[in-house]
Design a binder for this molecule. Structure first.
Ligand code: 13P
Length: 284
């Protein structure tokens, strides 16, 4: 199949109370694990590619691998730029064949975030490409900060309304207390904010930093309007743990397939758990 529609899938999730996983791709094994599991679970799936991963894999290789995967797949597949930092990067991704875009101008003041996001939306919408924007600060682990400081990093509902309406985005990633990478403690999500933003904007919401969040909180976030959840770290941990185990147990192994193969299987089990938790299984 050709790449699927980002907006249609997120809206279906919103209507039917499930979220689609964005699983980040770091190499071929990640891509294969994600697609195979989505097929086995009959789930739509979003392949997320960050600028760092793109630099590592090469943009053309990345797009070609994802395109082949989508063409062979019997479930909807989306190739999504994760945290695009500029209009230039967005254009490069569109040219390479990405099917949806995230522009992250959240570290700029609101007016600039709106202007930069709108520039991307205007170009993408002409081409039928959907856009995710971000508001607030979704940082690294932020366990040591005070309540006031934490509050300042969260997305503000009034600003969310402006970003959605004025920039015309198709999905919004509001900072609600989650973070990328490994958490030191248990993350505390601001569900009241999430609910307010959902009620005021009506657009599908995206939860970044989806690794390490308790299952109950994930279910609650979905019930409050989250229809896309990003996961990278937990897959990286599963992959690396398996490789470490194999290399530690066998000093003689040198064929990469002997450890990358099992590591790919390890990612599959993590992706499967997430797909089932997000409720996107049997939705394809
Ligand atoms: P994790 O680091 O929690 O897996 O989050 C990934 C992410 O949000 C990518 O945008």
């Amino acid at each position: 199949m050709a790449f699927a529609s980002f907006k249609e899938i997120l809206i279906d999730g919103l209507k039917n109370g499930y979220a689609v996983g964005q699983f980040n791709v770091n190499n071929l094994e990640f891509l294969q694990a994600i697609i195979e599991t989505a097929e086995e679970e009959r789930s739509p799936v979003i392949l997320g590619v960050s600028e760092g991963a793109m630099k590592y894999m090469n943009i053309e290789y990345t797009a070609a691998m994802a395109k082949t995967a989508a063409e062979k797949a019997t479930v909807p597949v989306i190739l999504h730029l994760d945290h695009g930092s500029s209009f230039e990067v967005v254009l490069k991704c569109i040219r390479a064949g990405f099917s949806s875009i995230m522009i992250d101008a959240s570290h700029y003041p609101l007016e600039e975030n709106i202007a930069k996001t709108k520039q991307v939306v205007d170009a993408c919408h002409v081409l039928g490409i959907d856009v995710e924007g971000e508001l607030g600060r979704i940082g690294g682990t932020e366990d040591d900060i005070s309540v006031d400081e934490r509050d300042a990093t969260l997305a503000r509902p009034d600003e969310a309304v402006r970003l959605v309406k004025e920039a015309g985005i198709d999905a919004l990633a509001p900072a609600i207390g989650s973070a990328h990478g490994l958490y030191k403690g248990v993350p505390v999500l601001a569900f009241d904010r999430l609910q307010e933003i959902r009620d005021l904007t009506g657009v599908p919401l995206v939860l970044h930093g989806g690794s390490g969040i308790p299952d109950e909180d994930i279910r609650k976030a979905i019930s409050l309007g989250v229809s896309k959840i990003n996961v990278n770290t937990e897959n990286q941990v599963s992959f690396t743990k398996k490789i470490r185990e194999i290399l530690n147990n066998d000093q003689k192994v040198y064929d990469p397939r002997k450890y990358l193969g099992p590591a790919r299987e390890a990612i599959k089990e993590t992706v499967r758990e997430k797909i089932r938790l997000f409720g996107s299984n049997n939705r394809a």
